[in-house]
Design a binder for this molecule. Structure first.
Ligand SMILES: Nc1ncnc2c1ncn2[C@@H]1O[C@H](COS(=O)(=O)NC(=O)[C@@H](N)CS)[C@@H](O)[C@H]1O
Ligand SMILES: [Zn+2]
Length: 477
């Protein structure tokens, strides 16, 4: 990749900042010649790799990972009416194998219900087969007609984690919805992205679902990004795909299902929520390079400094950190710039003075400078990185809090939406949602809000005055 030089747009011009950071920090290359398809640079893929390792660790506690085929026969895809309506404008079709026309067109999975559930119907016979909790991390394809954007709205979703669970009763499926929300909260806690959990309005639920619970974060431009969804499927799909089981009394019963998904939007969130005017700021948990060692070369003591840097690199690597010694023939300042752009959480400077004093200088990505004793250096770095993680989490939490305003008039709501989201009282009716949207040019995206930053309450609907409860109004990606 070409060496970067010059400043990037300020983060307050978020759209330009985001586009620029994708190539300056080597996240995704947008030059692939198919609209909505992008190429991971290794550095960006490294972030994904670490974030998804955390996601797998969480999922593998009580799910099994597997992989279903990409191609779905039209006969299966077209079985669930709601699902079809929701996806018929987005699905890609394969019609030929070579020059031979296929007798049954094949869909590229936009999501995998219609690939998985015919198999679930074969696999599930008895209540002893339940609960079944599988997930896969695959690419899925959606012919998005809205504005495509790397990591945010792709036509090939490269990192689609979809879980599909089957249960004996509705209550168990509802409990699984709550469990999935807890899993997602833990995931976003660990990659240090603040979220708001809410129930999507009925007209925004997943096609074929009873209801959808979503996790949103607020991006620097005040728009929300849906970074996870959990769907209660009830017995809609089990009736369509004949997923039945023999219960303890020998009766045939329809199963109850949930599904829940996360995509590379999780990476868009990490990048957007924590970045600054110098580039990426990566939580240590997802940083492909956690520590960069920059030897301060002074004349004749070059070899001594380089070997001290190498020794430190080995010690830190043995302690489990991903470390890099930057011994390129460049000014230290140019190196600082290079690694700050890529979001490396911690820089260690080591020069002749440090060797003589048996110390190193640790500088966190947010500029905190600490002189560490060379002897206890691993412990010192461990606590600096832990502190750094807490610091950027708190900054992100406060930034989100600053973008949430509780409002009680349409004018106040319109004002709040210029920089963030509004919390209003809403009666739950669609016509009031449309009345609100007509005035503030943003929709009701959620009710039953769960967030440490929002106090929910009852009160007169902002549009009609009848009994209402707290709901989220937001401009969205
Ligand atoms: N075009 C897209 N690009 C990137 N991420 C997307 C795109 N479409 C959806 N997502 C992400 O994928 C998540 C799951 O997608 S979904 O349609 O809501 N749900 C499903 O497909 C269900 N089968 C659960 S796996 C969404 O919450 C959103 O964060
Ligand atoms: Zn109302």
């Amino acid at each position: 990749m070409e060496e970067d030089t010059g400043a990037i747009p300020r983060k307050e011009d978020f759209s330009s900042w985001y586009n620029e950071i994708l190539w300056r920090a080597e996240i995704m290359d947008v030059r692939y010649p198919v609209k909505g398809l992008y190429v991971w640079y290794p550095h960006g893929f490294g972030i994904r790799k670490r974030a998804y390792a955390i996601l797998r660790e969480i999922m593998d506690r009580d799910h099994a990972e597997t992989m279903f085929p990409l191609l779905i026969p039209k006969t299966e895809f077209m079985k669930e009416a709601e699902h079809i309506k929701g996806f018929e404008d987005e699905v890609y079709w394969v019609t030929h194998g070579g020059r031979t026309e296929l007798d049954v067109p094949l869909a590229l999975r936009p999501t995998s219900e219609t690939a998985i559930y015919p198999m679930y119907s074969l696999w599930i016979r008895s209540h002893t087969d339940l609960p079944l909790k599988l997930y896969q991390i695959v690419n899925t394809f959606r012919y998005e007609t809205k504005h495509t954007r790397p990591l945010i709205r792709l036509r090939e979703i490269t990192s689609f984690k979809e879980a599909h669970t089957v249960h004996a009763t509705r209550e168990e499926a509802e409990a699984q919805v709550e469990a999935a929300i807890r899993l997602y909260r833990e995931f976003y806690d660990r990659i240090r992205v603040p979220v708001i959990v809410s129930r999507r309005p009925a007209w925004d639920r997943f096609p074929g679902a009873d209801y959808t619970v979503a996790l949103d974060t607020i991006m620097p431009d005040g728009k929300t990004l849906q970074i996870g969804t959990v769907h209660m499927l009830g017995d809609h799909f089990s009736r369509t795909y004949e997923i039945t089981y023999e219960d303890v009394n020998g009766e045939q019963q329809y199963a109850y299902q949930t599904c829940y998904g996360i995509s590379e939007r999780s990476i868009a969130a990490v990048i957007s929520v924590h970045g600054d005017d110098k580039g990426l700021v990566l939580p240590p948990e997802v940083a492909p390079i956690e520590i960069v060692i920059v030897p301060i070369i002074v004349g004749k003591r070059r070899d001594e400094v380089i070997s001290a840097a190498r020794a430190l690199e080995l010690e830190l690597r043995d302690a489990g950190y991903t470390v890099k010694v930057d011994d390129r023939d460049m000014r230290p300042g140019a190196k600082y710039y290079h690694w700050e752009m890529r979001g490396v959480p911690l820089r260690i400077e080591i020069g002749p003075r440090d060797i003589d004093a048996n110390t190193v200088v640790a500088v966190s990505r947010t500029g905190r400078k600490t002189t560490l004793d060379r002897r206890g250096v691993v412990e010192g770095i461990h606590s600096i990185l832990a502190e750094f993680g807490e610091e950027i989490s708190e900054v992100a939490r406060r930034a989100m809090a600053d973008r949430i305003t509780t409002t009680s008039s349409l004018e106040e709501t319109a004002e709040a939406l210029k920089t963030g989201v509004a919390v209003v009282h809403w009666c739950g009716s669609r016509e009031c949602a449309e009345k609100i949207e007509a005035v503030v040019d943003a929709g009701i995206i959620g009710s039953e809000i769960h967030s440490g930053l929002i106090t929910v309450s009852d009160g007169p609907c902002i549009a009609c005055g009848s009994k209402g409860t707290s709901a989220l109004v937001a401009r969205t990606y």
